[in-house]
Structures are given as C-alpha cells and as structure tokens.
Design a binder for this molecule. Structure first.
Ligand code: GTP
Ligand code: MG
Length: 201
C-alpha cells in the first residue's frame, strides 16, 4: 500500500476527544523506547511526524495520524518506564486502558517487542489482557538492525515458543527495523488487507 498522505490530527488523554470521524484505526503499543513512534514515521515516510527520543517516556498522549484520508495510525505512550513517577504511571495506564476498552474504531493493536530482549512479563501480561478483552492484535518485533540476521530467527522462534505456552494459536507477527526501513511493505499490506475486510464502518 502506498502512503500518499499522512497528517497529524489530534493528541489527547481522553477517548471522548478522539476523532469523531468513523474510520478504522490501528494502535501501536509496547514498552517505552521500543520504537513505536519511529515505526509510525517509517511507515509514513516522514522523519518527524511522530516525536521520538532516545530517552524513554517521549510519547505521553494518544496521537491520531490520518493516513490517505481514510484510516488512522495511533501512537500511544509506552508502558514499563521504570523512572516515571508513580502517579504518572497510573494515569498513563488508566487512559491507555480506557482507550483500548472504549474506542470502537480500534480494529487492531500492534504490540511492539524489542527483538533483542527475552520475553518480559509486562508484555506477556498485556497480551493476555488484550486477549481477555477480545482486542485483536499482532506482534511487531522492532530494532532488527541491532542484531545479526541469524540471531533474528532465533530470537523470534524463542519468543513464539514462550507464546505457545499460553496461546492456542499464534498471532501474526512482523519483523521490522525503522532504521533500515525493514518490514514496511508487509505491515502496510496487512493493514490494507484488514481495511478491505471491513465492509462498513
Ligand atoms: P516512548 O514514546 O517513550 O514510549 O518510546 P517509543 O516506543 O515511541 O520509541 P521511539 O520511537 O521514540 O524510539 C526510541 C529510541 O529507539 C530512539 O532513539 C530511536 O531512534 C530508537 N529506535 C527506534 N526504532 C529503531 C530501530 O528500528 N533501530 C534502531 N537502531 N533504533 C531504533
Ligand atoms: Mg513514542
């Protein structure tokens, strides 16, 4: 799929204030610093559409980006940022959770996992929570440029083995690097496929 247009629409902490236009949306979620905002920029062929930083905790709001005037990418704050103040952590969690539960336009969540890391309880718990709430999700392994090609396969299959312990069927997954622009086409094509499978919105 070609991303001909990508525009920032609105940022907020309230589901009620998210765009009212009824269009399918895809949210990016995962630990702080995993590369959510960078991935959105890479998909949109833009450097600064979503704000990124080497320091965790950069994205603090629900950000809607309108793509090709007919669907949204949604950048969310990360979780698991150890140094965030406790009160901040709680509000993050509350409005993120609220977003996932209430936002009817959300058709699929992409849960991002840093390919270098062993499976972390915080991600596995979040996946379980998505499952319990019947929220469809796919996994996106990020930062594949940081390890050798051979290691990529090993890391992914190790991760899937762990998922098999709690899931009957494995989710769809993507291997990406925003740095090397890897995994862009498969991800966009998948979104297009899902968009086309939605008859009416
Ligand atoms: P929060 O908004 O804090 O939750 O973080 P985020 O998940 O949006 O991460 P962000 O996109 O801001 O990226 C965090 C850091 O990782 C930045 O320094 C990026 O340049 C770097 N990064 C992101 N994706 C990649 C990648 O594919 N490869 C490499 N090498 N670095 C990446
Ligand atoms: Mg971010």
């Amino acid at each position: 799929m070609n991303v001909a247009r990508a525009e920032f629409v609105v940022s907020n902490t309230k589901v009620k204030s998210c765009p009212k236009t009824k269009m399918p949306e895809y949210a990016f979620i995962g630990r702080s610093n995993v590369g959510k905002s960078s991935l959105i920029n890479m998909l949109c062929n833009q450097k600064k559409l979503a704000k990124t930083s080497s320091r965790p905790g950069k994205t603090q709001l629900i950000n809607h980006y309108l793509i090709n005037k007919n669907w949204y990418l949604v950048d969310l704050p990360g979780y698991g940022y150890a140094r965030a103040p406790k009160t901040e952590k709680k509000t993050f969690q509350k409005f993120i959770i609220d977003y996932f539960i209430k936002r009817k336009e959300l058709v699929l969540a992409f849960l991002l996992i840093d390919i270098r890391h062993e499976p972390q309880p915080i991600d596995l718990n979040f996946l379980r929570w998505l499952g319990e709430h019947f929220i469809p999700f796919s996994i996106v392994f990020t930062k594949a440029d940081k390890i050798k090609k051979k290691e990529v396969e090993v890391k992914v299959s190790d991760y899937l083995e762990v998922l098999k312990e709690s899931w009957e069927s494995l989710p769809k997954y993507f291997i990406t690097s925003s740095e090397k622009r890897m995994g862009r086409e498969p991800l966009l094509n998948y979104i297009q496929q899902v968009n086309e499978s939605i008859d009416e919105f």
